[in-house]
Design a binder for this molecule. Structure first.
Ligand SMILES: [Zn+2]
Length: 127
């Protein structure tokens, strides 16, 4: 079971956030062998607002480079989706919608909450 933080994080900037890229030099498609073009800011990673040593990563639409959102694991339950992003590149202004619900399994993270204008709003059903 993940250990809970004494106090939930309230701001994204306090959660060691980073924009995650994809592809780029030396990266090839494992099936076609074609080079995969570099993409900037396709996902947002941050420390879980309620657990220690727990990380959350969500794909954003649009990515920072303005291209098409990446949907990596289409078909899984709740996976292969991305979250609508507004507010620009700055971590203190980003808003994602709808809410994020982490489905970590029986002993895993089940944080559920919003990121609005760079602030976490943790819902009461988080575990
Ligand atoms: Zn967590």
């Amino acid at each position: 079971v993940k250990s809970r933080r004494a106090q939930p994080l309230e701001r994204l900037v306090d959660a060691d956030p980073c924009w995650v890229g994809a592809g780029g030099e030396g990266i090839t498609n494992s099936i076609t062998g074609e080079p995969v073009p570099h993409r900037r800011g396709v996902a947002l990673m941050f420390d879980c607002p309620i657990h220690e040593d727990c990380h959350v990563c969500v794909y954003v639409d649009p990515p920072l480079d303005g291209g098409k959102a990446i949907e990596p694991f289409a078909g899984g339950e709740g996976r292969g989706r991305s979250w609508a992003r507004t507010g620009g590149e700055s971590f203190d202004g980003v808003t994602l919608s709808p809410s994020i619900r982490v489905l970590g399994g029986p002993d895993g993270c089940e944080w559920h909450g919003f990121i609005r204008a760079g602030r976490f709003e943790t819902c009461g059903d988080s575990r």
